[in-house]
Design a protein around this ligand. Structure first.
Ligand SMILES: CC(C)(COP(=O)(O)OP(=O)(O)OC[C@H]1O[C@@H](n2cnc3c(N)ncnc32)[C@H](O)[C@@H]1OP(=O)(O)O)[C@@H](O)C(=O)NCCC(=O)NCCS
Length: 340
């Protein structure tokens, strides 16, 4: 690495300066870093070990209560066993990283991040940065964690984020994520791709997969409660001006769309984006039933485009779910080989 590369694309340093020197001993292992900061201190991201437990406890004890609440969903400090399990997560296929700043003999722990492997093949992530080091280190550390997960063959990391945790929500949204359908209004559950801006469906999850293209991340979020055998991911689409970040619009395969059992476009057809998404899905994913929500705006009164199923916004959640499952059923019947 010749320059100090921040994975998120940010070029801010701790004090606003851009570092121009990288320690030549930068570790090669994915997710690990060793970098000289502009003021001469050395920033290290390395795997956590059992020797870090006490310092992690001190670190979390020193944080404002709100930060602990955001990280652990309780203002209190978790028991020591929690930190012992965290540093040991690598033995279960996960990764735990700590960030240190070294100045001579003084070594300060300024952040940590980890992911814990889940039964369905995804990982559950968490990250915390010392308040004095926020402003760039969060995205930098998140990217190193994603890199380490990708190297372990994990394609998607999930995070459960309290709705008031605006910095973390901004962080995952800037990285590109989909929202997992959930009726818990106190939290947002998101999925991030580890090596692409689009996550994938969990490898070991037999539920039927519904991808929803909608501006509202809580689109019909009661559906998964009604029918637990259904899994919903909501994609908000690319930020305006960044259409190429949406693989479907850019003509590239989208793992969420290609592996879905049904796709719902719940965007106003008055907008170019809504019309383009329909067109792109019909072209790229012709075998996946495509439902188009009607009545999203006053002008959406016309028939749905050819090759799509209408899904009226006026339907109850039960009725909408039945319509989606019926479209899935029709398409699987269509796909059945003819009897000979
Ligand atoms: C979440 C956390 C790791 C982010 O790290 P960070 O170094 O602060 O990251 P940033 O400073 O780049 O902030 C992330 C984004 O939040 C935005 N942000 C920061 N403070 C904000 C606030 N009070 N309200 C809204 N957005 C805010 C930033 O502008 C940035 O968005 P941008 O990329 O669009 O500019 C850090 O805030 C933290 O440790 N929080 C406490 C623990 C926690 O919540 N962990 C997550 C549990 S899942």
């Amino acid at each position: 690495m010749g320059t100090w590369s921040l994975g998120s694309g940010s070029d801010r340093g701790h004090d606003g300066a851009v570092a121009d020197d990288t320690d030549p001993s930068t570790p090669d292992e994915p997710g690990l870093r060793r970098t000289t900061l502009p003021d001469g201190r050395v920033l290290v991201i390395r795997r956590a070990t059992a020797a870090d437990v006490d310092r992690m406890i001190d670190f979390y004890r020193s944080l404002p209560l709100e930060d602990r609440y955001f990280r652990f969903f309780t203002g209190g400090l978790p028991p020591r066993a929690h930190f012992e399990r965290t540093v040991d997560v690598a033995t279960h296929g996960g990764v735990a990283l700590v960030v240190e700043v070294i100045a001579g003999n003084d070594v300060q722990l300024v952040g940590d991040a980890c992911y814990v492997p889940q039964a369905d093949g995804d990982g559950e992530l968490a990250v915390t940065i010392d308040p004095n080091w926020r402003g760039w280190l969060g995205p930098y550390l998140l990217d190193t964690l994603l890199e380490a997960a990708a190297a372990n063959g994990v394609t998607t990391l999930r995070a459960e984020i309290l709705v008031h945790n605006r910095p973390m929500l901004a962080l995952v949204r800037s990285r590109g994520c989909a929202t997992i359908g959930d009726d818990d209004l106190s939290k947002v559950r998101v999925a991030l791709g580890t090596s692409t801006r689009t996550p994938s469906w969990p490898a070991r999850d037999a539920r039927r997969r519904i991808l929803v293209e909608a501006a509202n991340p809580r689109w019909r979020n009661g559906i998964t409660k009604i029918e637990p055998t259904v899994s919903v991911m909501v994609c908000a689409g690319p930020p305006s001006g960044y259409r190429e970040r949406c693989p479907v619009l850019a003509g590239r395969p989208c793992p969420l769309a290609a592996d879905a059992d049904a796709i719902v476009v719940a965007r106003s057809l008055d907008e170019q984006l809504g019309r383009d998404l329909i067109e792109a899905h019909l072209q790229s994913n012709p075998r996946v039933p495509l439902l188009v929500e009607t009545g999203v705006s006053a002008a959406d009164g016309g028939p749905p485009p050819d090759g799509t199923h209408p899904l009226s916004r006026a339907l109850s959640d039960d009725e909408a779910l039945a319509a989606i499952l019926s479209a899935i059923g029709e398409s699987s019947r269509d796909a059945e080989p003819e009897a000979v």
